[in-house]
Ligand binder design. Structure first.
Ligand code: AMP
Ligand code: MG
Length: 318
């Protein structure tokens, strides 16, 4: 069924085969995942992957995450290790990405992995994207479906706002429940967090039974760690206490009632809920025409670490 946007489609069997047809032909599709919406293409095809870089205006040195249906599909492409097996068992499918050494016979287009000797892989949980992955003979290269340096989309309409009719098909899978990008963990050596997410370093430590480093102590290894990677397009200020009259103020809890310029990320101050509302709130504020965003201090614990990472980038601090 078509929605009022001519390239946004509600999922059904017909749309499943239409999406697969587009992907088989080397085309690009906007797909829902539980983290954020992605821009998908055949990861084995240089031509298809090239379209993603072009559409996003993404620098060629920023590699893409490759999405698989399950563990059986990855043997040809990456070197498996015991940490991967443990984390897969606990968290997959789910919001965690693993950086692994490429296999000799790896079929992933070297354009997708920015010619690195490693690739980042993920097993998304969203049922729609899983059913697409189950029916393709290749994994999907799928970065977030936004123009490079914009904030990630969390709904089909957000994807439409980014690319309009430049992509043939956007599959509507509802609001992304997690709402921020996956945790990226490098498993090529001693495990390191390259990008924090809702699966925290302590969640990972518990499974691996070892201490892991996080990105704060690392040089830029993952290009996602570049400055200004998730920008809402208006100035953002973090750790704010005093609210300016003309700015939009983002906070936690229910201190303010019915105020036009105050936006709570979670009335219960729940950090997972706050993460899931972050990008949606940025987009809403921009649409309302505010010229500036102020954000309260977000506790630096659990998912708060990932939220702080994203808002610091939005504020261009790092
Ligand atoms: P996005 O696709 O926009 O969610 O961003 C993907 C993230 O994964 C970026 O931060 C990339 O730099 C990171 N990434 C992808 N492949 C690799 C890799 N081989 N090594 C390190 N980081 C990677
Ligand atoms: Mg992205």
């Amino acid at each position: 069924m078509k929605n009022s946007y001519s390239n946004i489609f509600t999922f059904n069997k017909k749309i499943l085969s239409k999406t697969i047809k587009v992907l088989n032909k080397g085309g690009v599709a906007g797909l829902p995942t539980e983290t954020v919406y992605g821009l998908a293409a055949n990861a084995y095809s240089k031509l298809a992957v090239g379209k993603i870089f072009k559409l996003k205006g993404r620098p060629k040195l920023n590699p893409l995450i490759i999405h698989y249906y399950n563990f059986h599909q990855i043997f040809e492409d990456v070197e498996i290790n015991s940490n991967l097996k443990k984390l897969y068992k606990k968290f997959c499918p789910g919001p965690i990405t693993f950086v692994l050494k490429k296999n000799k016979n790896c079929k992933i287009s070297s354009l997708a992995s920015a010619k690195l000797k490693t690739i980042a892989i993920r097993f998304p949980k969203h049922r729609i994207t899983r059913s697409i992955l189950k029916n393709t003979k290749y994994p999907l290269a799928m970065p977030s479906a936004n123009i490079s340096s914009h904030i990630s989309p969390v709904s089909a309409k957000d994807v439409y706002e980014e690319f309009k009719k430049k992509i043939k098909i956007i599959v509507d899978g509802g609001q992304s429940v997690i709402g921020i990008e996956s945790t990226v963990v490098d498993l090529t050596n001693n495990p390191k967090i390259l990008r924090p997410g809702i699966i925290s370093s302590s969640d990972i430590e518990k499974v691996l039974k070892l201490k892991i480093k996080n990105s704060k102590s690392l040089k830029i290894k993952s290009p996602g760690m570049f400055k200004k990677h998730y920008s809402p397009g208006i100035p953002v200020f973090i750790n704010q206490k005093k609210i300016d009259k003309n700015s939009a103020f983002i906070y936690l809890g229910n201190r303010y009632k019915n105020n036009k310029n105050k936006f709570s990320l979670s009335k219960k101050s729940n950090l997972n809920e706050a993460a899931s509302n972050l990008y949606k709130t940025f987009r809403l504020i921009k649409k309302k025409g505010f010229k500036k965003i102020q954000i309260t201090r977000i506790p630096f614990k659990g998912t708060g670490i990932a939220i702080n990472d994203r808002i610091k980038r939005a504020a261009k601090i790092k």
